[in-house]
Design a protein around this ligand. Structure first.
Ligand code: SF4
Length: 400
């Protein structure tokens, strides 16, 4: 049956246990691409040579089959009961010059949101302390900026916040827009665990959502950072399909996707393909369902259905087995049984706390109850990441 505890870590070129082979090859499961590719993932580990057609065929598999095989890969690659709890705080809200169509923080839209200055240290640390007491192990700080260039005072303050929150024993993540190379190095020195960098949607659909910056413009910035001479053996590398881009010494990064922006299923597959073909998969893949905010150009978008989330999560799990797949914005709309389906499909991280930047999030007590009822356990913070295997994965991918 299904509830088998497999080894928690994927190993390259290993074979599935005989009973798993039996499951995978039984007549009920051989027909779907989800079954075939899940078996390959279990056997071979992470791959970076996915074709778009392969991912599309996994994505298009019958939903229950996809859910089953997402769960199977999840149980092979992770402790399936562990769920990471992250708290996301908007430390500088609103007044952003960009025009991201989904975002109430853009100064171009009349959403009633008041722009605020950078939060002071006491308020940020107090929020981090509360998050820790509530069980969060990662604290993420978001600032509504295009970039951090020329924001020296604010940036130095953020370095202090990072340092102090790390000293509280939490993982620390930032999303501050585009960085200069020295800033990435300084963030790492301060103790930053992860940097969030957003793709949002497929390259093709991107111009429908954001016009004030493009994939290529961002690439140029990243190339500038690399060309400025950061050692590419240092710990942060953002690899994009067009080359290797070093951003300093922060090892991990999140690459976020949002569904429900009006994109086609092909665009969702395109986003997953972009992420899954990076030489090193993102440490985290937050999957967001649009929370349509009045006053933004996407205010009339239809809510995302639970089956669309399950499809995205299970496909992400099969094609990026080691990534933390985060059930992010929009979770507040899903019931506990619906969230259970997401965890079963392969999600293993959530955002907790009252708000997700500016939109509502799930109630703390309801989350505690959910953990208890579903038998989930909070994932402990990790400060000793498996650098060797990640580096080996990268080397293999780069040389192939
Ligand atoms: S998503 Fe970020 S960059 Fe885009 S408008 Fe909102 S705050 Fe600005």
């Amino acid at each position: 049956m299904f509830f088998i505890r497999f080894r928690p870590v994927l190993r390259s070129h290993s074979h599935p246990p005989p009973f798993l082979s039996l499951l995978l090859h039984s007549s009920s499961y051989t027909s779907s691409a989800a079954a075939v590719q899940a078996e390959r993932t279990v056997r071979e580990g992470s791959r970076n040579d996915w074709t778009r057609d392969e991912i599309k065929s996994v994505y298009d598999s019958p939903i229950l089959d996809l859910l089953f095989h997402g769960a199977q890969v999840h149980r092979h690659a992770h402790n399936f009961r562990e769920v990471q709890q992250c708290t996301l705080l908007s430390i500088k809200t609103g007044g952003c010059s960009e025009d991201c169509s989904y975002c109430p923080q853009s100064s171009r839209y009349d959403t009633g949101l008041k722009a605020q200055r950078l939060m002071n240290k006491d308020a940020v640390l107090e929020a981090a302390k509360k998050a820790k007491e509530a069980g969060s192990t990662r604290f993420c700080m978001g600032a509504a900026w295009r970039d951090t260039i020329g924001r020296k005072t604010n940036f130095n303050n953020i370095l202090e916040y990072v340092k102090e929150i790390r000293e509280m024993g939490m993982e620390v993540c930032c999303t501050l827009g585009m960085l200069e190379k020295e800033q990435a190095v300084e963030l790492k020195k301060a103790g930053l665990t992860a940097y969030n960098h957003n793709l949002d949607t497929s390259r093709e659909y991107y111009p429908n959502i954001i016009t004030t910056r493009s994939y290529d413009e961002r690439l140029k910035t990243l190339e500038f950072v690399r060309d400025a001479g950061i050692n590419v053996c240092s710990e942060l590398h953002i690899w994009l399909p067009f080359g290797t881009h070093s951003m300093g010494r922060v090892k991990y990064f999140d690459l976020r996707g949002i569904i429900g922006l009006g994109e086609a299923e092909e665009d969702r597959v395109g986003l997953l393909h972009t992420l899954a073909t990076l030489p090193a998969h993102p440490e985290s893949v937050p999957i967001n369902a649009l929370v349509a905010v009045k006053g933004t150009p996407l205010e009339e978008q239809k809510p995302v259905e639970i089956w669309e989330m399950v499809r995205m999560i299970a496909t992400a799990r099969i094609v990026m087995p080691k990534a933390m797949v985060r059930l992010s914005a929009g979770r507040v709309r899903f019931s506990m049984p619906e969230q259970a389906l997401c965890f079963l499909a392969g999600a293993n991280s959530i955002f907790t706390g009252e708000k997700l930047l500016t939109t509502p999030n799930n109630d703390f007590d309801a989350d505690q109850l959910m953990f208890k009822l579903l038998g989930l356990t909070p994932k402990a913070p990790s400060f000793h990441e498996d650098e060797t295997s990640e580096a080996e994965d990268c080397k293999e991918a780069v040389s192939s």
